[in-house]
Design a protein around this ligand. Sequence first.
Ligand SMILES: Cc1cc2nc3c(=O)[nH]c(=O)nc-3n(C[C@H](O)[C@H](O)[C@H](O)COP(=O)(O)OP(=O)(O)OC[C@H]3O[C@@H](n4cnc5c(N)ncnc54)[C@H](O)[C@@H]3O)c2cc1C
Length: 259
Amino acid sequence: MLSVETFPTLQEAAGAVGPRAKFLGGGTLVMRAVSYGDQSFEKIVRAKTVDRAIGSHAAGLRVGAGATMADVLAARDLEFLHPVARAIGGPAIRNMATVGGNLFAPNPYGDFAAALLALDASVEMADGRTMPLADLLATRDHVTGLVAGVVFQRPESSAFRFRKISRVKPKGVPVISIAVHLKRGDPRVVFGNMAPVPARSVGAERALANGSDGAAIDAACAACLEGLAPEDDALATEWYRREVAPIHLRRLLEDGGQI
Ligand SMILES: Cc1cc2nc3c(=O)[nH]c(=O)nc-3n(C[C@H](O)[C@H](O)[C@H](O)COP(=O)(O)OP(=O)(O)OC[C@H]3O[C@@H](n4cnc5c(N)ncnc54)[C@H](O)[C@@H]3O)c2cc1C
């Protein structure tokens, strides 16, 4: 029997989540699981106060975990992330899907998490802890507590690019997503759906460390699969993902981000 517990704050709700309890963000995945009779949890935990604020922060920008993709699209400060938010589901999903929930969305989802990883985002937990997003993603099946918000620096104009590869446009789920932040000397290349969680391509990053001219792009595409471990699913085989990932990375690096 499924129960629902509602707490005044995220901090109080954090104390009630556990292996058999799921926090309800926008509910796009949790409520689908309920509808399908998922027996892996028996309690839904809610918080009455939801942090949807988007604004400046000492480290750059902060987005409350309760901000939806529609909130992101309405925020002029986050213009560089609009292509990412716009790529997630259709309008109804974007009105409910939260940034916090996307960090826990299993493959094939997690487009926003991939983008935030490329931006080297940090995660603020409800209990006050802060950790790199990469650490949260690496341990997210066992992480204790709830995410309160994410912070990251604004990228230089046109340094951030995103591409989602899906079979059905415009609302299909991603076969692969790619987020690139071309920071000189310290670039980030992140793939979604090329590992169990969004993952950096260390080979591509190494090749782009000194710039992104034609030779560097060739080297990045040749090395981009290093360390990645895509899997078969209903959308594509592991083989197909390995074949097309370098092609889409090249298009993103040469042409810029297009959905
Ligand atoms: C039709 C459809 C299309 C979709 N298309 C896409 C797509 O194109 N790209 C994509 O990336 N995703 C897609 N999704 C997946 C999903 O909508 C998004 O990933 C969304 O951002 C999840 O957020 P949510 O708030 O709805 O999560 P919920 O369903 O509320 O929660 C999902 C998980 O996150 C946990 N969680 C939520 N908030 C927090 C928090 N603050 N702290 C800790 N844990 C938390 C929950 O406990 C749960 O385990 C799609 C879903 C559907 C149903």
